[in-house]
Design a protein around this ligand. Sequence first.
Ligand code: NAD
Length: 381
Amino acid sequence: MKIGVPAEIFPGEARVALTPDSAQHLKKLGHEAFVQSGAGLKAGISDAAYADAGVTVLPDARALFEAVDIVAKVRPPVEAEVDMLRAGQTLISFFWPAQNEALMERAKSRGATVIAMDMVPRISRAQKMDALSSMANIAGYRAVIEAGNNFGRFFTGQVTAAGKIPPAKVLVVGAGVAGLAAIGTSVSLGAITYAFDVRPEVAEQIESMGAEFVFLDFEDQTQDGAATGGYAAPSSPEFREKQLAKFRELAPEMDIVITTALIPGRDAPKLWLKDMVAAMKPGSVVVDLAAEKGGNCDLTVMDEKVVSENGVTVIGYTDFPSRMAAQASALYATNIRHMMTDLTPEKDGVVVHDMEDDVIRGATVVHQGEITFPPPPPKVK
Ligand code: NAD
């Protein structure tokens, strides 16, 4: 099959869904790769680098959509991109079908197939295609780097001829994929790192990474809000009060707070409130990774950096993976080629879109002009 990657058109988006390395893997599956000229530039990949890897470079998006059987990209398509799809063609990208019903209808009317990378079921077998996790990992890392860039002090403590420097104290709220990446980065930079999550099962992992898990004095140390299936549920009012009281106690001590708390399908819980920001030292930094879902911090402004009256910087950027475009593209392109591996069982360039396969079924939101979202619950755990 012919697989093509257009340039991203979302303002500021620097990622690209194909790398020279992923193109080589696609070739081994029997596929032929195409790219729109300039698509990789912001991720540091020139047309020449693609050409060297055997990728055919096409001048514009229209030529690319016309030439290929499968279009792979990062951001959900805009209407004009959906309108370039034709019957029998497949689009693979982030799609957010629940929020993009009109786009789904449009793809259906084109007779196309859409595989949504954000709908890949979070089961072990599909981890290699889990683009949400690969991007959240980058976001967690970058959140710490961004915090450091705005902090004005060292992470690690030092004893120098010019004076003794205490280590920074970092609190990570929410220890999912992004939170664990933030914890690992913060510890490796030498900060004293604390982490909190409503799911007590992550305590051991946090401690093994060299951070301290913040327990609450609540029903024999059991955290609330840990629901079935490994995901968090909203906390009870009593638990929330305990949590907020703990955060109030920690706020004056913390130099950097990274918030990543998320409950699937809901707005982000407000956990770092105005008074906590007001209690922090001037020069401290809050990075709110949940900004897109309304933010965990009261002061967060989506996609902006604001400074509070008492001199605390609050960062609400939602494009951390794009700010590390080379790394993010490498991981995303790998997620895509793993999806292609599953779609090409015989490695002979023939795509078998097996709707009996849990992962492929889960991620397929439009199939040959029929809407197939939402999928049935996966059979395999
Ligand atoms: P995840 O579901 O793996 O983790 C969320 C964590 O928050 C879970 O561990 C959950 O138990 C915890 N949590 C829920 N309620 C809590 C509470 N009241 N107190 C403490 N912890 C609580 O999600 P993820 O993949 O790690 O993503 C984390 C956040 O990062 C999401 O909001 C995601 O949208 C965001 N994200 C942002 C960017 C960016 O550029 N800003 C990029 C990727 C992901």
